[in-house]
Design a protein around this ligand. Structure first.
Ligand code: GLU
Length: 311
């Protein structure tokens, strides 16, 4: 927990090498915090034991530092506290607080049933849960539990959620109708991202969240969870995604834009940072610059809102 006015975080998922898209969000998160003399935390979101690896986490640290993006708290120097895989008891405790409020129910739906019965979420194609297991009786739950270990889902209210994103502007969605009940713990016992991120941001004193626009649709759930768990709301800035010319979001498949490949080809960190800053709208031409040199030029008013074609 820090005492700075602004506390931000890097929250990478160490499931592969860092990509230019991750570096883009990380640079803006860093500039926003550093231009406000704030504190930065590095938290590794390695909840998924199958996809995430400690050596990727270590490599992400090296890549951030190589780019000139530092932090004050967390990462490997901070120890287990900053790895989500080591924080399961904390998430279980938060889950129990939600249970006590009657906000959690077991969900026995299989992946196939979910796809068959649920409409895609309007904004990003994730599924809007139809509520199949919401009102099962205790007897029904017990019978189903003999056959299948359930996931745990949050019961969201019929309520409008309104918030102002620092970059994307005013947002208004209906929690039940537009977002739906969401997973808190998977059937394999792994806690879900929405729960972990809210617990961590709350307990680590994070006041500012800068991340990719793909997570804008998760924000109403997170704001609601913060209220149920008694955490203050951080401010949010959802930054554009880097995309290919055809509008497709860049992914790990675009291996030529991964930081390892760029480093190996001899590109300097300043050249990358300058290019990212130009894409963001902070400078007119992609000249080599360090993150520190960009601090005086940083202004959210200048940062682009729409996804950025880079290929
Ligand atoms: N770990 C998430 C990711 O790498 C980011 C989560 C967040 O910033 O809230 O996409």
């Amino acid at each position: 927990m820090t005492s700075a006015a602004v506390t931000g975080r890097f929250a990478p998922s160490p499931s592969g090498r860092m990509h230019l898209g991750n570096a883009f969000s990380a640079l803006l998160a860093w500039l926003s915090v550093r231009s406000a003399q704030g504190q930065m935390i590095l938290r590794q979101e390695d909840l998924d034991p199958v996809r995430c690896r400690r050596d990727y986490a270590d490599q992400l640290e090296q890549d951030l530092l190589w780019l000139g993006l530092d932090w004050d708290e967390g990462g490997s120097a901070g120890g287990d506290f900053y790895y989500q895989s080591c924080r399961r008891e904390i998430y279980e405790h938060c889950l129990n607080r939600l249970r006590e409020q009657g906000l959690v129910y077991p969900c026995f739906c299989t992946r196939g049933q979910l796809h068959a019965a649920n409409a895609p979420h309007a904004s990003d194609g994730t599924l809007l849960y139809a509520g199949t297991c919401r009102d099962l009786t205790r007897e029904q739950q017990e019978a189903k539990a003999l056959l299948r270990r359930p996931a745990l889902r949050a019961r969201v209210p019929e309520k409008e959620c309104f918030f102002i994103d620092g970059l994307q502007g005013a947002q208004s969605v209906h929690l039940a109708r537009d977002c739906g009940d969401f997973i808190l713990r998977r059937s394999d016992g792994v806690h879900a991202y929405q729960l972990a991120v809210v617990a961590d941001d709350g307990l680590m004193g994070v006041t500012q969240v800068v991340r990719g626009r793909d997570l804008l649709s998760s924000t109403p759930w997170q704001l609601w969870l913060q209220e149920q768990l008694g955490f203050a709301h951080p401010e949010y800035y959802h930054v554009p995604l880097l995309s290919a010319a055809d509008g497709r979001r860049l992914s790990k498949r675009d291996g030529d834009l991964d930081l390892a490949a760029l480093r190996a080809s001899g590109v300097s960190p300043e050249a990358i940072v300058g290019r990212l800053a130009c894409w963001a709208g902070l400078i007119d031409r992609p000249e080599p610059l360090s993150p520190r040199e960009l601090i005086p030029l940083f202004d959210w008013q200048r940062v682009k809102k729409e996804d950025i074609p880079v290929k």
